[in-house]
Design a protein around this ligand. Sequence first.
Ligand SMILES: [Fe+2]
Length: 167
Amino acid sequence: MNNKLEKAINTQLNFEIESAFVYLAMKNYLESLSLDGFVNWFDIQFQEEMAHAQKFMNYVNERGGRVEIRGFEDPKNNFESVLEVLEASLAHEKEVTRRIHSLMKLAYEENDYPSIGLLQWYVDEQVEEEDNFSKLIEKVKMVKNSGLYMLDKELATRVFVPINTAG
Ligand SMILES: [Fe+2]
């Protein structure tokens, strides 16, 4: 496969794994607040990020490239509130979006049509990710403490939907 894209997708798939661990740390902070619904939500977020990484890995391998797994810095483990967790999440997703868009730009520059097709899935996914966290932030601000219990119940119903990781 195209060398520049192989390198850039490797960087991104490692960032997806890093994202998974960012949410895993948040999940465990939320465990300390006994907010089971939020814990469920962030556990699914963790699983989704691992699936995003897997989808990229399958793609690189399918195209005869080589996947390289790297390390990363410790994620943030301590927060002041649920709202701080959600705001950090939205900021993180905006960074992911920025990186996906620059990958897409590279795919166009290199005329790599299969990568453009793959990346469009991630572009669409990021619209949903940012929307999810934006809405959640608004809801938490609206309900404050009295409604937090009700919102927690709603979040507890989210289920993991496996994506097609075949590339
Ligand atoms: Fe992701």
